[in-house]
Design a protein around this ligand. Structure first.
Ligand code: NAP
Length: 458
């Protein structure tokens, strides 16, 4: 009876995951989708707790309490700006768990398992191990514990290819001789090394794409675990995770006009740094707070263009307040959202939703670009790369071809940033030196609050 109830919980969990994922594809339904996925996970846990092979609950309850406490604390205390590294760390834990299940399966049933099950166990350990170390390196780079620039050396791609071939070689050797525990553990060790070597040459700017790929590998590892231990919910959830992660990586690459190959083997950040060093900065025109406030107060249409700086400054509430004030004066306000603004997909949408900005005011790149020529003021809030006109105008730029928000076509541009800091690509941005651009220096949140006061007085 409990067996049927467990299978029913798994079925319900799988359906909830699918609908949850569908809900996450649009801001309007994202919250509902998230709740569905959470409920699905609860169902999957309940189903697992009913498993007939469980002999005692002490360790499981201890794990639930400790894990739940750590997860709750992370959700409470990790700032939004640290979400990318926190996500990378979660991938590392998930993948490590999948790899450990594979190792324990080999220990317990390795002698009697079919070749299909052994293949699933091997794939689980291989993908789980490389995702664990790859995600840990990604966490360290994003957190600043390791240098963010790509780590490269001559013949690196060849070396990595040889390492991966050796890993696959030990996998095949072990499949041919399942009693050869040495080959199994050699495969696991080499996979750990592949994870490190795969992520080290990638710069922090490309880390979101890499994380999404690692997410995909962790999902496939979980699916392989599902085949190894005949667990349906792991197979379904792992496959969903694997393919959605891969599709997300492709979407991000398209938004940056890059290929996955270029992201994985292009050492992007380094090339960008070199270009930046060679270019040199043009003088920029500073604008006073009062001038900026008058422009905003008497504009017909204003577009706010948020970027990573809005997230670091936590300025989403301040921008909403200023926007509401302008709307009360009859100004048409829109928010221009670039698909890779910030450090993770949907970063700006999440922050602006938190500040209760109506979704209807958020305009995607294709919708807002034709409107910039008729926009009186574009207010760039801590965005840099996503408004860099070099991507459109300079074919030799490292980000040439990346679709941008064409704020430089607006009648006037006000850029809120702290100083001369570069964007994540490390490139100079000619927008800041254009005659219609005024720089308002300072932390974005403070500048917006001071602007709101000045607009009130205007
Ligand atoms: P960005 O190019 O990284 O620029 C952020 C700017 O914000 C910096 O120039 C910085 O200048 C400013 N800033 C930082 N803290 C600030 C604060 N407290 N107040 C005001 N300004 C502040 O950001 P972006 O335009 O959003 O571009 C995102 C980048 O990430 C792109 O290169 C994109 O390709 C990459 N990326 C994103 C994703 C994704 O999923 N979102 C995925 C892959 C890659 P100052 O230091 O002078 O203040």
């Amino acid at each position: 009876m409990t067996h049927y109830f467990a299978e029913f919980s798994y079925l319900l969990a799988s359906i909830l995951f699918i609908f949850g994922l569908k809900g996450l594809s649009h801001p309007d339904s994202a919250r509902r989708g998230m709740h569905m996925a959470e409920f699905g996970m609860l169902m999957a846990i309940i189903g697992t707790l009913l498993h007939r092979e469980i002999v005692s609950y002490e360790w499981i309850i201890a794990g639930l309490v400790i894990g739940g406490a750590i997860g709750g604390a992370i959700a409470q205390f990790v700032p939004m700006t640290a979400l990318p590294q926190q996500t990378a760390l979660s991938h590392a834990f998930g993948a490590f768990a999948a790899a450990l299940v594979g190792i324990s399966e080999y220990h317990c049933h390795g002698g009697t398992a079919s070749h299909f099950t052994l293949g699933a166990v091997g794939a689980d350990v291989l993908l789980g191990s490389l995702t664990t170390t790859g995600s840990l390196i990604a966490t360290a780079k994003l957190q600043g514990w390791l240098p963010g620039a790509p780590f490269t050396f001559k013949g690196q791609n060849l070396f990595n290819l040889a390492l991966f071939a050796a890993t696959l070689g030990s996998f095949v050797w072990w499949l041919a001789v399942p009693s050869a525990a040495f080959a199994f553990y050699l495969m696991a060790l080499l996979s750990l090394a592949v994870g490190v070597m795969m992520v080290l040459p990638i710069g922090t700017a490309d880390m979101p794409v890499v994380m999404s790929l690692l997410n995909s590998y962790a999902g496939l590892a979980a699916a392989a675990t599902g085949f190894a231990i005949s667990n349906n919910v792991l197979i379904i959830a792992g496959t969903l995770n694997g393919f959605s992660g891969f599709i997300l990586s492709l979407i991000m690459c398209r938004a940056m006009n890059r290929s996955i190959r270029n992201v994985l083997f292009g050492a992007f950040g380094q090339a960008a740094d070199e270009t930046a060093a060679a270019t040199g900065a043009e003088p920029m025109r500073e604008i006073s707070l009062d001038d900026a406030a008058v422009q905003l107060a008497y504009a017909r249409q204003v577009a706010f263009v948020p970027g990573y700086g809005m997230a670091t400054a936590q300025a989403q509430h301040a921008v909403h307040e200023l926007a509401t004030m302008l709307e009360a004066r009859g100004v048409i306000v829109k928010y221009a959202i670039h698909p890779v603004a910030g450090r993770m997909p949907g970063h700006m949408n999440v922050l602006l939703a938190e500040a209760n900005v109506p979704y209807s005011l958020l305009c995607e790149l294709e919708a807002i670009n034709p409107e910039f020529p008729s926009t009186d003021v574009a207010v760039v809030i801590g965005a840099n790369d996503v408004v860099n006109p070099d991507a459109r105008d300079n074919p030799t730029s490292a980000i040439a071809g990346m679709p941008i928000l064409e704020v430089d076509y607006a009648k006037s541009v006000i850029v809120l940033k702290r100083g001369q800091g570069k964007g994540f690509s490390g490139l100079e941005n000619p927008l800041f030196s254009k005659p219609n651009t005024g720089m308002l220096y300072g932390d974005a949140k403070e500048s917006l609050m001071r602007l709101a006061e000045a607009v009130r007085a205007a």
